[in-house]
Ligand binder design. Structure first.
Ligand code: SF4
Ligand SMILES: [Zn+2]
Ligand SMILES: [Zn+2]
Length: 302
């Protein structure tokens, strides 16, 4: 029985508390609202673009933010989708995402690699690590288009599981610099070239999001990208899932203890100066930005 209203439960929390569908929705929304409030993710008069992939995480963010700020005329929520050109995966997410946004009256901007760079991801991955190419290009387009849409922040669907995995991967690989860029709101403070990224689902587990998306029928598509074979992350994911099973609350402990040391990490890593890429003028830590480097490598080998 649900601990609050004694109806049929659908979800059991780590504490052992059971929740019915309605109480689960309330619990979920309350927790996300708290993350937004405590970490000041969204403030008065913010315009937000949600980076949507059509998967459960990003549609959950879009659904929640559009509900939370429905009555608030000062906060505007838009959606931004990147079409990498992945046959049988991304193309299948586009139509349902268009419908999702139309039903909720949310403006959706779709930007494709094909139109921006002249190729689909599928055409350039042979002999390369698809995620290295894809990640750099997508980050660049999200930032460029968030600026074009004139939004203050870019919301992504990163969740507790993703963050716990990244923290552990960075520890294992001694990549503290990368860890300093994590947290519920990343990006460089007050740099006009970067739109700050916010993660409203920062403290929500994959299991909770899966349940929310399923119960709200947000998507029927739970497919993974066919290139998602990043074996190191998958191994860390499996290890953390095993630990979570044995010791519930492990992922939360990793992320919340990381939050305590994050301010010190950020202070230490703040020294790096941001320049403008000599080719495209986008902000970069090197003379030539990562996007231009990747595009040059692709051009060279074609
Ligand atoms: S899994 Fe890799 S290739 Fe697929 S969308 Fe993500 S970054 Fe791109
Ligand atoms: Zn209930
Ligand atoms: Zn560049």
């Amino acid at each position: 029985m649900c601990n609050n209203c004694k109806t049929k439960p659908v979800y059991k929390l780590n504490s052992g508390e059971q929740l019915c569908k309605n109480c689960f929705f309330k619990y979920f929304e309350k927790k996300v609202r708290k993350t937004i409030r405590v970490h000041k993710l969204i403030e008065k008069k913010d315009e937000i673009a949600v980076a949507v992939s059509g998967g459960k995480d990003s549609l959950t963010v879009l659904d929640l933010l559009s509900n939370i700020y429905k009555e608030n005329k000062n906060i505007k929520i838009k959606a931004l989708m990147i079409d990498e050109g992945i046959d049988g995966y991304r193309d299948e997410c586009i139509t349902p995402t268009k419908e999702f946004c139309k039903e909720r009256n949310i403006s959706l901007e779709i930007v494709s690699y094909k139109k921006e760079f002249g190729f689909n991801l599928d055409q350039v991955v042979e002999g390369r690590k698809p995620c290295s190419v894809c990640g750099v290009l997508r980050r660049n387009l999200l930032n460029t288009y968030a600026k074009k849409l004139k939004v203050k922040k870019l919301a992504t669907g990163h969740n507790l599981d993703d963050e716990a995995q990244t923290i552990i991967m960075n520890q294992f690989r001694k990549n503290i610099e990368a860890s300093a860029r994590l947290g519920p709101m990343n990006g460089i403070e007050d740099h006009e070239g970067f739109v700050r990224r916010i993660k409203p689902l920062y403290f929500m587990s994959e299991k909770e999001i899966m349940t929310y998306a399923f119960l709200k029928s947000l998507t029927r598509n739970f497919k993974e990208c066919p290139y998602n074979k990043e074996s190191y992350r998958n191994q860390v994911r499996e290890m953390l899932n095993n630990f979570e099973e044995l010791y519930p609350g492990t992922k939360y402990s990793i992320v919340s203890s990381f939050m305590e040391i994050l301010p010190a990490l950020q202070k230490q890593e703040k020294k790096g100066k941001i320049k403008s890429c000599i080719k495209c003028q986008e902000p970069s830590s090197q003379d030539v930005c990562q996007k231009c480097t990747v595009l040059d490598q692709l051009k060279f080998s074609q």
